[in-house]
Design a binder for this molecule. Structure first.
Ligand SMILES: Nc1ncnc2c1ncn2[C@@H]1O[C@H](COP(=O)(O)OP(=O)(O)OP(=O)(O)O)[C@@H](O)[C@H]1O
Ligand SMILES: Nc1nc2c(c(=O)[nH]1)N[C@H]1C(S)=C(S)[C@@H](COP(=O)(O)O)O[C@H]1N2
Length: 176
């Protein structure tokens, strides 16, 4: 079965056409470079509205069967930033190490990295990972956490994801 990956841009302004969504395409581009095994994208562009974010994440996990769902945007302290709350609401298990590592790596690039509350969690057989809204943050964060994602997907019963070692050295403690 082909791996499905969900890409969710959470942005009031991009979703209403105030600016073009650069975050969604940046996530797809990074994953295209990193993965060598077959996969298929399922993309969504939605406003910073918690019920909409939750419904979108549930849909991508339960109906589309995405093994990995990446979100961008809505992780900061502003009133309408609720992506981490929506993620936590739909996940059975939180994976705090992802947020810790992404903030640590982003701090090397920008001092305001501590303003992102980005997190990750597991819903069924889906790993959901939040990325900040700044399109440049996507590569910073994915480079940090992607090495651990294929093994995490193995552990939750997902497809065997293979990476291009020139882009991302996936680490599996024991071979499946
Ligand atoms: N999806 C996107 N595409 C292009 N640029 C983006 C996107 N999301 C954020 N940005 C850029 O990053 C900056 C900081 O992100 P901000 O936290 O304001 O985004 P946001 O919360 O997604 O925005 P919005 O107000 O639309 O919900 C924005 O001013 C914008 O320049
Ligand atoms: N790598 C990286 N991380 C980053 C940033 C960035 O430019 N690069 N921006 C920070 C800023 S300014 C904010 S407010 C938070 C939250 O952004 P979001 O609300 O768009 O998700 O992410 C932070 N993390």
């Amino acid at each position: 079965m082909i791996a499905k990956i969900g890409f969710v841009t959470v942005s009031d302004r991009a979703s209403t056409g105030v600016y073009q969504d650069l975050g969604g395409p940046a996530m797809v581009e990074w994953i295209t470079k990193a993965l060598t095994s077959p996969w298929q994208a399922v993309s969504r562009l939605i406003p910073d509205d918690q019920p909409t974010i939750e419904a979108t994440l549930r849909d991508l996990a339960d109906q589309d069967g995405c093994c990995l769902i990446l979100t961008t945007g809505g992780t900061g302290p502003a009133k309408r930033d609720v992506t981490p709350e929506a993620t936590e609401a739909v996940c059975e298990k939180m994976m705090p190490g992802f947020g810790e590592l992404m903030r640590t790596e982003s701090l090397k690039v920008v001092p305001t990295a501590i303003l992102s509350r980005q997190t990750a969690g597991i819903r069924g057989a889906s790993l959901i990972v939040n990325l900040p809204g700044k399109p440049s943050a996507i590569a910073d964060c994915l480079a940090a956490v992607m090495p651990a994602i294929p093994y995490c997907v193995d552990l939750i019963g997902g497809p065997f994801l293979e990476t291009d070692p020139a882009v991302c050295q996936a680490f599996r403690p024991k071979q499946k």
